[in-house]
Design a protein around this ligand. Structure first.
Ligand code: PGA
Length: 253
């Protein structure tokens, strides 16, 4: 059996000024220092705070990630940030295809695919988000929606390209709503995602990819979620903003 190291990632979305982000990152690095030998920890501040936070975390194993990128290397693309720019700001990872980007900023499976490619070329770990909406779940379309997101998002990659890939299953109806998928609902989807990965990229890659759960993860539900087979970590939004709360999630064991 492959040993997948748990990853707990905090997505700070459009919260925290530079100073607030630096303060929170420093507190987190201290609070989680006793478990980082067993758990990978990542924080994703806003673009403006990335370089400062990376600088402060230079001697800490806590990883810094971007929340998005643009796939071109450089050019006249006002307001965009490239993969190399994230690397130069100290990022090791990047969240791609978050449902808020799909919902509000025209992110499609095709743009997600280009972004994952750019991330991999720059040596960033892509945290590739997928998930169904409430109406899709009610219409029993969860698996077909995920099928499409995974097929198109990962189109034309080889298993070798995807060695560092992390997948995050985030049911849209559970994000920021306080409604968490039950551990059984999450387990069912995670197992399905692993089957999809196996079908497209083979058993070895499928067994090694970490699949995170995201959607109202809190200190009081993380342990049960993490006890499920195929759940290898969490992508945490609201509960990652407070260092003490996020640290409790990182200490899920
Ligand atoms: P939430 O957000 O934990 O606030 O539900 C999760 C996410 O959007 O990644």
């Amino acid at each position: 059996m492959v040993n997948r190291r748990p990853l707990i990632a905090g997505n700070w979305k459009m919260f925290k000024t530079c100073q607030e982000a630096v303060d929170a990152a420093i507190q987190i690095s201290v609070l989680v220092a006793d478990v980082v030998s067993d758990v990978d920890v990542m924080v994703a501040p806003t673009f403006t705070a990335l370089a400062l936070v990376s600088d402060k975390l230079e001697d800490s194993p806590v990883l810094v990630g971007g929340q998005n990128l643009y796939w071109e290397k450089e050019g006249a693309y006002t307001g965009q940030i490239s993969a190399d720019m994230l690397v130069s700001a100290g990022c090791k990872c990047v969240i791609i295809g978050h449902s808020e980007r799909r919902q509000y900023f025209n992110e499609t499976d095709e743009t997600v695919n280009k972004k994952i490619k750019a991330a991999i070329s720059a040596g960033l770990v892509p945290v590739f988000c997928v998930g169904e909406t409430e109406s899709e779940r009610e219409a029993a379309k969860t698996f077909s929606v995920l099928d499409k997101q995974v097929q198109k998002g990962l189109e034309a990659f080889s298993p070798d390209d995807l060695k560092s890939l992390v997948v995050a299953y985030e049911p849209v109806w559970a994000i920021g709503t306080g409604k968490t998928a039950t551990s059984e609902q999450a387990r069912e989807v995670h197992s399905y995602l692993r089957v999809l990965l196996d079908r497209s990229f083979g058993a070895d890659l499928a067994a090694s990819i970490r699949i995170l759960y995201g959607g109202s993860v809190k200190p009081d539900n993380v342990s049960e979620l993490m006890s499920m087979e195929d759940i290898d970590g969490a992508l945490v939004g609201g509960a990652s903003l407070d260092p003490e709360t996020f640290s409790k999630i990182v200490h899920f064991k």
